[in-house]
Structure formats: C-alpha cells, structure tokens
Ligand binder design. Structure first.
Ligand code: AKG
Ligand code: FE2
Length: 367
C-alpha cells in the first residue's frame, strides 16, 4: 500500500501556479457603513470565547438568523467586490452560501492562534472566509491578521476573502479593541482540497520551523484523508520545531519502554518511531527501536536502525552484538559471525553482557 500511495502522489498533476489565497479590497466600506455594520450587533449576546488549548481568546456576537435581512446590503457589496464568490442576489447567497454571520471582538491580551475553519470530513463544506475590518488602525495595536504567509491590511473598511482551509491567525492584541465582521461561506469548489493540501505543505515547509502548529495542521489534514504515515511525519516535524523537542522525544521513548515491558511490541515500535522522527540524531532511541523491530521479526528495519545508531555514536560492542543476532535471524550466518567478531573486538565484556540480555528477550519472554 506504501508504493501505491507513493505512485498516486507522484502521478498526480501538480499545479504550476499558486492559487490566489488572499483577496483584499481596501476600503470596501466607508466609515459610516462600518459603524452601521457594528450597530447591527448591538443587541446580539456577547459570548466570551476562551479556549486556551486551541489558542483562542476573543468575544463573539452571532447575528441571529432572523436578522440576516439586515446584512443583505453588506453581502451585496461583498458579492460585487469579490467576483470569485458564486454570483447571485444577496438574499439567495445568504440562504444558500452563508453558514454564519459573526462579529469578532479582540481586547488587549486576546489572540487567535493558527487554525483552519474547514476540514474535508466535517460535512460543512465551508469554503471562503470573508472578513471586514471594523476598527480604525488607531483603535488597537498588534492583532495582525496573517493568512498563510501574508499579512492582511487592517484599515477600517478593508474587505478580505481567503479559503477557510488556509491556515490563518490573529496575532496578539497588545492594546485597544479590534472588531471584525466574519461571514463564513460554503459551496463546492472543484480542487478546493487539493489546493488546500498544497498550501499546507508549502506553509509547513516555509514557516513551519517558526510556527510548529502549521505542521500540526498539515498532519491533521493528512490524517483526515487517510495518509497516516505522512501524518505521523508531520506531527513529528511539529514536535521537532518546538523548544520542548527533547522532552517530547523522551516522552515517546518512555511510553515505548512501558509498552515494550507490557509486551505491546507494535505500540512500542510506533512510539520509538516517533522518538526517532523527533530526535533523528539520538542513538539511544535507534537502538531501542532496532531491538523492538528485531523482536517483531522486521530484520531489515532492525538492521537499519542499529546501523544508524552506530553512526550516531551508540556503544559499539553492544550494538554490534545486536546486529549479529539480527543478521543470524535473517539467515545471514556470515554477516552475523563478522558482527560478532567486531563486537568482541570492541569490548568483550560489554558484548557478552549484550548477548545475554538480548538472548533473554528472544525467548519470547523477557518479562
Ligand atoms: O480577523 C479576524 O477576526 C478573523 C479571523 C478568522 O479566523 C476568521 O474569520 O475565520
Ligand atoms: Fe478563522
């Protein structure tokens, strides 16, 4: 199935041109119009939305559906200025293509970390986000709206549209208040998810080292389209890009040790696989993974990990002892003998101890 996946990927036509991601119309609404839009929400209930784990801190006011007639003129303007939206009259558009109409308020200290508002399997078919800036640039500080790698302009009345599936974030607001109108639209656009995946891959590549969450978003997407191996790599890249990377790797290795002790070899191999992806240069995790793969009967994988461990400075006598057992089990008696000799030459006592410990594991017991 691996090769099939790879073929599918390689064979897919690649767009040679990047999708337009953020469309901006400066001053699409004048000062009075912005005030009128704000006033539409005067009676709406204020909801404090604080979800730390998701990087959300803001206030929401939802426009109830029975008040949607009052934003028809706003939607009309959007349709006129954004020709890429499905064109029809505003009433129909609201009826068919609008999921919700929302006012965002960000106060000092608020933020909205990297996220996407659309997933292929969420059943919502949310496509474009349409935002109107309802505060003057002098009313607040910070709060940049970053859409992919671009920053949207934040002048009063500016109109922005971008794919809901394109990672975006509102940077920390350091002063004042920042209001935006959010109109969530849905539709069916051919190629939407293919374009989204290209964006995820590009952003992970270009910004991922500074913004680990972009790898995470890519990983979740790959998971949802059933590409679990690639998803794991993306999650590992996310851990790798954080300052806590050694702790994450250690945690995976510790979990693996527990699973190994409990006889869950597959679980242990998976966790150690993550540890080696998060800390590719760590010799110890490779030794552990090599041993688990050997016990699982994956001799090719085991040899690969043990040799990689040697290259990264793992204790030679013990690791060559392991290699010798792996090669013996793989049916390579000559290779096994050669590694045994090298192990003994590197340190007879250490080699003997390693042989004993590993032979103990081989009995199928060990625990
Ligand atoms: O700038 C804003 O408040 C909008 C940000 C956002 O995440 C959205 O509209 O989906
Ligand atoms: Fe969003």
């Amino acid at each position: 199935s691996w090769t099939r996946k790879l073929q599918k990927r390689g064979g897919a036509a690649r767009a040679c041109q990047e999708e337009p991601s953020l469309t901006s119309v400066p001053k699409a609404f004048d000062r009075d119009e912005c005030a009128r839009i704000l006033a539409l929400f005067e009676e709406a209930k204020e909801e404090v939305d604080r979800r730390d784990a998701m990087g959300i801190s803001r206030r929401n006011r939802w426009l109830p559906r029975d008040k949607w007639d009052s934003v028809r003129w706003v939607v009309e303007r959007m349709l006129k200025r954004l020709p890429s939206l499905p064109q029809m009259d505003a009433e129909n558009f609201l009826e068919r293509h609008v999921e919700f109409v929302l006012l965002h308020e960000f106060r000092e200290g608020d933020f909205f970390d990297w996220h996407v508002d659309s997933k292929p399997d969420d059943g919502k078919m949310r496509t474009q986000n349409v935002n109107v800036v309802l505060s003057s640039a002098t009313d607040f500080e910070g709060g940049a709206l970053q859409v992919g790698s671009a920053n949207a302009s934040l002048q009063l009345g500016d109109l922005h549209a971008y794919p809901a599936a394109l990672p975006h974030k509102v940077h920390d607001i350091t002063k004042g208040r920042r209001y935006t109108l959010v109109v969530a639209t849905r539709g069916t656009i051919e190629g939407y998810w293919a374009a989204a995946l290209r964006d995820y891959e590009r952003l992970a590549r270009e910004l991922g080292e500074e913004h680990p969450k972009l790898h995470w978003i890519l990983g979740e997407h790959l998971e949802s389209i059933e590409r679990p191996e690639e998803a794991r790599r993306a999650f590992a890249a996310s851990y790798r890009a954080t300052p806590q990377k050694p702790q994450y790797a250690r945690k995976f290795a510790d979990d693996a040790a527990e699973k190994h002790a409990a006889g869950d070899l597959r679980g242990a191999a998976e966790d150690l696989g993550m540890a080696t992806l998060v800390e590719p240069d760590d010799a110890e995790y490779r030794v552990d993974l090599g041993v688990v793969l050997w016990r699982l009967g994956d001799f090719v994988g085991a040899e690969e990990q043990l040799r990689a461990a040697l290259e990264r400075g793992a204790p030679e006598a013990a690791v060559r002892a392991g290699l010798s057992l792996v090669l013996a089990d793989a049916g390579d008696a000559r290779g096994a003998a050669a590694e045994r000799d090298r192990a003994m030459a590197a340190g007879a006592d250490d080699a003997a101890a390693a042989f004993e410990a590993l032979e103990g594991l081989r009995g199928g017991g060990g625990t």
